[in-house]
Every structure is written in structure tokens, then in C-alpha cells.
Ligand binder design. Sequence first.
Ligand SMILES: Nc1ncnc2c1ncn2[C@@H]1O[C@H](COP(=O)(O)OP(=O)(O)OP(=O)(O)O)[C@@H](O)[C@H]1O
Ligand SMILES: [Mg+2]
Length: 213
Amino acid sequence: MIFRATNISKSYGKLQVLKNVSLTLESGQSIAILGRSGEGKTTLLHILAKLEEPDSGQIEMGEKILSKANAHLIRRHELGYIFQSYNLLEDFTALENVLMPARIARIPAPKEKGLKLLEDVGLASKADIAAKHLSGGERQRVAIARARCNNPHLILADEPTGNLDRENRDQVGRLLKGLQQSLILVTHDPTLASLCDRQYVLENGSLFPLARN
Ligand SMILES: Nc1ncnc2c1ncn2[C@@H]1O[C@H](COP(=O)(O)OP(=O)(O)OP(=O)(O)O)[C@@H](O)[C@H]1O
Ligand SMILES: [Mg+2]
């Protein structure tokens, strides 16, 4: 399943954040996007997930062109999204948050599956704790587990280790690297980026392949 974005542009008023950005991802591939704060990384991921509309450009997933009509179904069944600010449901437990994508898509999801996803991020013991009582790094890891719930083809991860200590960063890095899914990863962490198949920098609205030295 090939994921392709073609000539994505986006402005907010006079600020042109993305200028004709294109990228292609083959099945199972991973790419990392680095870039300074405010360069438009989150904006790009939102657009790739159709959470935000570009001014121009097209996104294809396999045979399908993403549109307003099909985006919600694709998000439910084919995309996993790890939000920079987690977006957990505060009054729900870690386990309930992890299984929420299945609930929304009306896919049966046994508790065991949610527990396994939590275990993969080292949080099996926190399954029954409400999200609002979890630490920042724990929330971040719940958000990572949740993105995998519906076995999506593609995971879009916005700084998924921004709040983690070294050990948990390494664990999440190994986990993301080991996934079958395609992965687009925004990160400030060069070590995490280096685990991906390709690395890009978003600068002045364009994606540049990262020069290796
Ligand atoms: N809805 C909006 N209205 C106006 N400006 C916006 C909007 N969304 C984003 N921006 C601006 O677009 C630019 C890119 O923001 P974005 O959040 O994509 O940056 P980022 O690369 O993810 O930064 P960070 O590394 O800090 O997360 C910023 O200057 C931001 O202020
Ligand atoms: Mg961001």
C-alpha cells in the first residue's frame, strides 16, 4: 500500500507554512521529519491525516484519493495518529483510551489486546488508572499504544518521545522501528530519526533530504 502526498501547500494568512511538499511512502517504510519549532511539521501531519485541509495538493492511500467524504473512514481504519499533545480522554482509563479507536470504528477489541499494547510501552500496570492521573511520559506512551489499536497501515507520529527519558525513548524507538506499519515520524531526536529508512528536514516550507556526514 503506497501512501503519497503531492504538492501540498498551506498558508495561514500571510504565513506560507508548506510550499508544494511531496512525499511517497512504500508499504512498511518509515520516514523521519526533523525541523525547527514552528516550521510546519504538525501542520503537515494534520494535513496528511486530513485533520486539516491543505490549500492545494492531493493525498493518496493505495487506490484511494483522500477526500472529505472518505477521510473519516480512512482515519478510523487505516491511520494511527500520535498527537503531539496526546489528546487522551482524561476521565477514561489508560486501557479505555487505548481501545477507543476500536470503539469508535465499532471493531471488536478484547481487553487482552489493549493490555498487550500497553505492555509494549511498559504500562501494563497502569491499565486501570484514569488518563488525568498519569504522568506526561505515561500519557505519551498511552497515545502511542492507542495509535496501534486498529492495526492501521500507516502511523503518523508527532514527536512521540518528546516527553520521555532515555530508557523509554529507546524502548519506544525499538517499538516503532519493529512495527509492520508504515511510519511518518516527526521528531527533534536525531537518534530516533536515524532508526527510520529516510530522513528529511522541513525548512522554509520545503522538505529536504537530510544530508549525511
Ligand atoms: N490554525 C492556525 N492559525 C494560524 N497559524 C497557525 C495555525 N496552525 C499553525 N500555525 C502556525 O504555523 C506554523 C507551523 O506550526 P506547526 O505547529 O506546524 O509547527 P511545528 O513544526 O510542528 O512546531 P513544533 O516543533 O514547535 O511542534 C507556526 O508558525 C504556527 O504558529
Ligand atoms: Mg509540532
